[in-house]
Design a binder for this molecule. Structure first.
Ligand code: 5RP
Length: 220
């Protein structure tokens, strides 16, 4: 079994009947959602809050009951993937471009579990380019500012055009290599007009399920 499948499937053990579940995005949580689909078929009653159009379509195909963010007061548990996680469980997300909705869902969640394969665990964040979600109007100003700050920005392109998020924004990936102080950087990025959200998910995950060769490890 793939490492990411091991991690993804393990996460369903933390789901209880009646829960509202935040459904993350990406190829690892795909396995979680597949498994939830099987459990729903067997009678598990949950409501899912999807974090992307892709996840919405997947969950619908598996007949998982869905509700929108605005229909819930709180989410019991969110299960999501991550692109990089350090030993303090700080992470980078947004490789799939769903960071804004993922962060909105995360902020409303009582508990957050990330599912990753062991290659995502790092000493220092930043090897994976940090995505920032940017308003298309005047995005070049943001790119210029990020260049001036030494963040090495690259506009994400898909099929020859700027990649567009579900919220209609662009993604700029910051190729920083090493992020020595994630808190400082997140604070700095939050102050830039035109940046809607950044992919630093700090003090967010309660638990990370790490898929290895034949076993999973759980970090809390
Ligand atoms: C999407 C995300 C994903 O959760 C992240 O990119 C991990 O994806 P994968 O499990 O496919 O590696 O943040 O915006």
């Amino acid at each position: 079994m793939l490492k990411k499948q091991l991690a993804g499937e393990k996460a369903v053990e933390f789901i209880e009947d009646g829960m509202v579940i935040g459904l993350g995005s990406g190829s690892t949580v795909f396995y979680t959602i597949q498994k939830i689909g099987e459990l729903v078929k067997k009678g598990l009653r949950i409501q899912g809050v999807p974090t992307s159009q892709e996840t919405t379509l997947l969950a619908q195909s598996l007949h998982i009951p869905l509700v929108s963010m605005d229909e819930v007061d709180e989410i019991d548990l969110t299960i999501d993937g991550a692109d990089e996680v350090d030993r303090n469980l700080q992470g980078i997300k947004g490789g799939g471009g769903a960071l804004l909705y993922e962060k909105i869902v995360a902020c409303t969640s009582r508990k957050i579990i990330w599912v990753v394969d062991e290659s995502k665990m790092v000493e220092l964040l930043g090897g994976f380019p940090l995505p920032i979600e940017v308003v298309p109007f005047g995005y070049k100003q943001v790119v210029r500012k990020m260049e001036e700050e030494g963040c090495h920005p690259v506009l994400r392109i898909s099929n020859g055009s700027p990649f567009q998020t579900d919220g209609g924004h662009y993604i700029v990936d910051l190729h920083m290599n090493k992020i020595k102080n994630p808190e400082n950087l997140a604070e700095k990025l939050q102050k830039v007009t035109g940046i809607v959200e950044n992919g630093l998910f700090l003090n967010c995950a309660d638990q990370v399920i790490i898929g290895g060769q034949d076993e999973v490890k759980i970090e809390t």
